[in-house]
Design a protein around this ligand. Structure first.
Ligand code: SAM
Length: 207
């Protein structure tokens, strides 16, 4: 599998802080409760830098399709009890996760990939598993639109990013049977941290 993040992995977190300050880090950790022990499924966690402060409390599975990002995560989170895996998370090591962290990963997928990704996530969760979605939502101001356009062009060149827009996460999650239970927004809603779970009344996936 080609490592699409090899050219930017080592500078990814510094670049993110240069452009967004602490906003992305704050959004990732806002709903995290390190004091409560949880079986985590972290997909596309990148270099793991923003989880370093509470790495000793982390356990579960950490999946990355970029070997350079995964190598950095192993170093940054060496105090954790996470099991690190290279590849797509389609063949899980476990199931019954308490939380699934999807931090700035869904926006890197085409709509088709996103639906297939979320169906695989759904197959791994329990009725009370929380899906922690943190990502960019549609920009709210001209300045945000300009920054987002520049960012997407950069990622299209650097990582073969497949999109020119932001996915409609909420529509996809809703139609797959998830409901939003909590939300906190930054930058007028451009960046959001949300918790989702399976709707109590939704029938299981038939495929
Ligand atoms: C934009 S980066 C975000 C990294 C990190 N979550 C953060 O917030 O800094 C997206 C990451 O998702 C990873 N990724 C994309 N699709 C994936 C998949 N199907 N399974 C595992 N990792 C994936 C990429 O390799 C990349 O490291």
């Amino acid at each position: 599998m080609k490592d699409l993040y090899s050219s930017i992995a080592s500078s990814y977190s510094s670049l993110a802080k240069l452009v967004f300050g602490q906003a992305l880090s704050q959004a990732k950790v806002f709903f995290i409760e390190p004091s409560i022990s949880k079986n985590l499924l972290i997909i596309g966690g990148g270099d793991g830098v923003d989880y370093q402060d509470f790495s000793a409390q982390l356990q579960g599975d950490y999946w990355e399709i970029s070997s350079s990002m995964l190598d950095l995560a192993k170093q940054n989170l060496e105090q954790s009890a996470l099991a690190f895996h290279l590849g797509d998370f389609g063949q899980p090591k476990k199931s019954g996760y308490d939380e699934v962290w999807l931090h700035f990963v869904l926006d890197t997928l085409s709509d088709l990939e996103l639906v297939s990704f979320l169906k695989k996530v759904k197959a791994l969760v329990k009725p009370d598993t929380l899906i922690h979605l943190v990502d960019f939502f549609p920009p709210q101001t001209l300045r945000q639109r300009v920054i987002q356009f520049a960012m997407m062009q950069f990622f299209r060149i650097a990582t073969s990013h497949p999109r020119n827009d932001i996915p409609d996460y909420e529509q996809h999650l809703d139609s797959l049977g998830f409901e939003k239970v909590k939300e906190k927004t930054w930058k007028n809603g451009w960046i959001r941290s949300q918790m989702w779970k399976i709707k109590d009344t939704f029938p299981p996936l038939s495929e």
